[in-house]
Design a protein around this ligand. Structure first.
Ligand code: PLP
Length: 445
């Protein structure tokens, strides 16, 4: 057959219509697009060639800055060496290397890692691990999960079932049953508290009340983001996570920390579990695992969880009926290994810890701007929340995200809160540039 090549114009299109963009006001965006055509270090360049500083390190995942050649080289070399291995009943060396490197920085008790491709998949995987664990122990009546208002655990049906942010669930009513909510930890009396508030640990007793209402022995697991990220950096009050741990221990409930944002140095320690000195049973992660270069997620579990599930099955049987075609993809593993090496070689978790005070002080300098309703933050993550427009929550935040873009700064907004979380390669001038841009833009209102 004589194949005629299609004319090139067919592919070099100026149309934005065909791509249905995620979490985006598609019609508005396509009328006035904001495109990034290049990224390097702390900066992004838009379609007009203007430079923007990246105040949110992408979506809080580009912890080592953009354009890391070490990661690109590792992925390229891996693709030439072995582009893909079916991950069920077959293995390839990089996944074992990455799992063992990860357990080197995880809390001591968590020594087993299951790979996924995103934070959302990590949440679904953790839900299934919790169910499998209890079933293996003969505790299959634990059918209930506890989550929290204002929680974000990704977009798969498991994560939506646990979601506590209304827009992420009101359109999708057919979610998992048997999820009950604790109250969120935002308290107007704690506005402008830097780091952890003194008051509020008692909110953890909501879990105890659920145990009393439903029976602790019916609850499989509690999912919390140690610092609720997407809802605008809700820092847990002092003692709150410790109290959750205690209640979980009393009732045999698994404690899951969703560290998709807080993992990999965001709080100046490898994981938030280290920063708060509370060791959960399961940690979900993604984002900075590969510095944003390649999609990847992971779920780390305590030895007891892994051993209980695996030992419940016959020696030659599959123990956990779960996995993805792209679990532990070689390119993602190569990216993960190169990323962890950068964190280690450049001491980026320590740099995050060292820069935190300067960063938070700079953010708190915005306190005098009339539209600022609250500032929250810990480590290298902070939120500036603005007063909503009368009767239109979220509209002001959406407008501000666009204005910031044209004023030279990328910052992710959710509702009326900006989540500021720079890369750990940031020096003081970068922080100043982000905060100056925020000030200029907030003062335009
Ligand atoms: C705490 C938390 N969990 C899960 C997710 C979902 O991750 P992904 O978008 O990679 O599916 C996110 C994403 O922001 C998150 O912040």
């Amino acid at each position: 057959m004589n194949v005629v090549a299609k004319p090139l114009e067919k592919f070099v299109t100026n149309s934005l219509e065909q791509h249905w963009m995620p979490f985006t006001a598609n019609r508005e965006f396509k009328d006035a697009p904001r495109l990034i055509t290049k990224s390097e270090g702390m900066y992004l360049w838009n379609q007009n060639g203007d430079r923007l500083i990246d105040g949110s390190s992408g979506l809080f995942n580009v912890a080592a800055g953009h354009g890391r050649r070490e990661i690109a080289d590792a992925v390229y070399a891996q693709m030439l060496q072995n582009d893909y291995t079916a991950p069920f009943q077959l293995g390839q060396p990089t996944s074992f290397a990455l799992a063992s490197k990860l357990t080197g920085i995880l809390p001591d008790a968590l020594n087993h890692v299951f790979f996924t491709n995103s934070g959302s998949e990590s949440i679904d995987t953790a839900l299934k691990i919790a169910m499998s664990y209890h079933r293996a122990r003969g505790d299959g009546q634990r059918i209930r999960f506890v989550s929290r208002e204002r929680a974000y655990h990704g977009v798969n049906m498991g994560g939506v079932s646990l979601a506590g942010m209304v827009k992420n669930r009101e359109t999708f009513p057919a979610v998992m049953p048997n999820v009950v909510m604790m109250r969120h930890t935002w308290d107007p009396d704690n506005c402008f508290t830097k780091g952890q508030a003194e008051r509020g640990a008692k909110l953890a007793d909501d879990l105890q009340r659920h145990c009393e209402t439903y029976g602790g022995s019916t609850i499989a697991a509690v999912f919390v983001e140690p610092v609720a990220g997407s809802t605008g950096t809700l820092v847990p009050p002092k003692g709150y996570l410790q109290r959750l741990r205690q209640i979980c221990d009393q009732h045999g409930i698994l404690l899951v920390f969703d560290e998709v944002i807080t993992g990999f140095g965001r709080l100046g320690t490898p994981f938030a579990a280290h920063a708060f000195d509370v060791v959960p049973d399961i940690i979900t992660m993604a984002k900075a695992l590969t510095n944003g270069a390649i999609p990847m997620g992971a779920v780390a579990v305590r030895d007891e969880v892994y051993e209980t599930v695996t030992e419940a099955a016959p020696e030659d049987a599959i123990e956990f009926f779960h996995g993805y075609t792209y679990s532990a993809h070689p390119a993602a593993c190569a990216a993960g290994l190169a990323t962890l090496q950068i964190y280690e070689d450049e001491g980026l978790f320590e740099r995050s810890a060292q820069m935190s005070e300067y960063f938070l002080d700079a953010m708190w300098s915005l306190k005098d701007i009339p539209v600022v309703r609250d500032l929250r933050g810990i480590g290298m993550m902070a939120a500036v929340e603005v007063f909503p427009e009368e009767g239109k929550p979220g509209t002001r935040g959406n407008g501000l995200q666009k204005s910031l873009f044209w004023n030279g700064c990328h910052v992710k907004w959710t509702g009326d809160s900006a989540i500021v979380a720079p890369s750990f390669i940031a020096v003081k001038q970068h922080i100043d540039e982000i905060v100056d841009c925020l000030r200029r833009t907030l003062e335009e209102i």
